[in-house]
Design a protein around this ligand. Structure first.
Ligand SMILES: Cc1cc2nc3c(=O)[nH]c(=O)nc-3n(C[C@H](O)[C@H](O)[C@H](O)COP(=O)(O)O)c2cc1C
Length: 382
């Protein structure tokens, strides 16, 4: 179903639609409608173990070109919210195995997003009530959630963090490497490194926060170090063609203000990641749809990153505006679109889009929850 661009300059280039297949460096995806990573806080406690509920949820979505499974902490320290799953214990590996087996049985493809929240956490979630860690000992005004004694979730300000010592960085890397081995054992087709949304890797990337004076902060090449070293661990474990990276260029959520060299940082990140031949680069535009590519994450920056990465670009942040997503794909800004909220309420989103079937709205009240309600009970329409 390839269409040809009308613009004379590109008249020889077929422009893809959401319904065209894509090869992610050899991984054949039947369409370009990807499932964005979505934290739903339904892992079993104690132990933060995914289970049958997750297997059913992801299997229902096996027709997405690629499923990027929810942010999953690489270690107990990497946790910032109640009931988010981990990928470091044998029980978690067994739980995730249920998921990957069900998805593969349904002919799907699934990557796992690897997460360390850094300072976006609370002493409540940390072993022995210790302080969360970050690039700097600067508290975020951002919020996390904790469970009260009666089981209710409550939003609270993130706790005061401590800065990781230089000597601790190898231990952080080993935690990532261990989680990658676990993800491999659990049968994932690949991993996505979570470098977005102001979590640990983003806290190292940030020029407004990370003014460390060691090799892990200050200058751009130092701020990129954690992202690239973690990426290289992923490449060693999975091979470059099965490692994706998610960034949120110019994002400023959870108290990480935009910095004057952020654009240059993003261009250099794209270049360095591109040189590694990764599966894809996933760009979440925090400013869409209110200011479509008008800034701070501009279309020009998106194009520069695409050019430097020189590999598959996944775009995200369109809400329910699938027409704009399709337009950006056809305009050559990206190669696939990850849908978040629409994937929650439309388990058969690729088929619905292909058939022109009406899309179901999502219910934010059940984004988090303890059971199948709002999770596994959205019906198919195709
Ligand atoms: C309930 C919910 C959970 C989310 N969890 C994650 C996550 O685990 N990892 C991540 O990188 N982004 C997460 N996001 C952001 C989404 O992946 C996506 O970037 C955002 O929803 C914008 O895309 P959309 O407009 O298609 O929904 C979450 C968003 C929502 C609504």
């Amino acid at each position: 179903m390839l269409r040809f661009a009308r613009d004379a300059y590109f008249s020889e280039l077929p422009m893809p639609t959401l319904h065209d297949p894509i090869s992610l460096r050899g991984l054949a995806c039947p369409n370009r409608v990807f499932m964005a990573p979505l934290t739903r806080q339904r892992a079993r406690a104690p132990g933060d173990v995914p289970h049958e509920l997750h297997a059913e949820h992801y299997a229902q979505r096996a027709s997405f070109g690629l499923i990027i499974a929810e942010a999953t902490q690489i270690s107990p320290e990497g946790k910032g919210y109640p009931n988010t799953p981990g990928i470091y214990s044998p029980e978690q590996v067994a739980g995730w195995k249920l998921v990957t087996e069900r998805v593969h049985a349904a002919h799907g493809r699934i990557f796992l997003q690897l997460w360390h929240v850094g300072r976006v956490s609370h002493v409540h979630h940390q072993l022995d009530g210790q302080a969360p860690v970050s690039s700097m000992a600067v508290r975020s005004t951002g919020q996390v959630s904790v469970r009260q004694a009666d089981g209710r979730r409550e939003r609270v300000q993130a706790s005061e963090p401590r800065a990781l010592a230089t000597a601790e960085m190898p231990r952080i890397l080993e935690d990532y490497a261990h989680a990658m081995r676990c993800a491999k054992q659990a049968g994932f087709d690949g991993i996505e490194i979570h470098g977005a949304n102001s979590y640990l890797i983003n806290q190292f990337l940030s020029g407004s926060l990370n003014t460390r004076d060691d090799a892990w902060g200050g200058a751009i090449e130092n701020r990129l170090r954690l992202l690239l070293e973690v990426t290289d661990l992923g490449v060693a474990e999975f091979g470059a063609s099965r490692v994706g990276v998610r960034l949120s260029p110019m994002g400023s959520v959870k108290d990480l203000p935009v910095h004057h060299d952020d654009e240059e940082l993003m261009r250099r990140a794209a270049q360095a990641l591109g040189a590694r031949g990764l599966s894809y680069l996933h760009l979440y535009n925090h400013y869409w749809p209110t200011e479509k590519w008008q800034g701070p994450f501009t279309e020009q920056l998106a194009r520069e990153m695409k050019e430097r990465f020189a590999g598959p670009i996944v775009l995200n942040g369109y809400g329910a505006d699938t027409a704009s997503a399709e337009q950006d794909l056809e305009g050559g800004l990206g190669d696939a679109i990850a849908f978040g909220k629409l994937a929650i309420s439309n388990p058969d989103l690729p088929e619905r889009l292909a058939a022109g079937v009406a899309l179901a709205p999502w219910d934010a009240a059940t984004f988090t929850g303890d059971d199948a309600v709002g999770y596994n009970d959205y019906p198919r329409a195709t």
